[in-house]
Design a protein. Structure first.
Length: 116
């Protein structure tokens, strides 16, 4: 039996650090769009450099697009593309599963134990 190559490629995207969280975050924003500073503020542990790299990476996959306004001052926003919105929708059942089966307090205690 073979692993589905489409699923394998999907996990190359959402399995990388921050990618799934950025997609999920943008999907919850009005019009699936946000400023860099808003994303950075709410994804507290990501560094600005990592966020910049991840947004660029997601753009390369056609999941996020950078929008630049021509009026002064110039504003840059990041928005999910149609493809990105579809992926965010596909992640919803996984999020529902996590709400049902992941105990954050227990996971945090296990992470602390493993760090020692």
């Amino acid at each position: 039996m073979e692993v589905c190559p489409y699923l394998e490629e999907t996990f190359k995207i959402v399995g990388k650090s921050w990618n799934g969280l950025i997609i999920n975050y943008l999907s919850q924003c009005p019009e699936q769009t946000a400023h860099f500073s808003e994303i950075k503020r709410d994804l507290k542990k990501i560094t600005p450099r990592s966020l910049s790299m991840k947004l660029s990476e997601l753009g390369g996959w056609g999941l996020v697009e950078k929008q630049i306004t021509s009026k002064q001052p110039v504003q840059i926003r990041y928005q999910l593309t149609e493809k990105g919105v579809a992926l965010a929708e596909a992640l919803k059942p996984l999020e529902n599963w996590a709400h049902t089966f992941i105990n954050l307090e227990q996971e945090s205690a296990q992470d602390d134990k493993n760090a020692q």
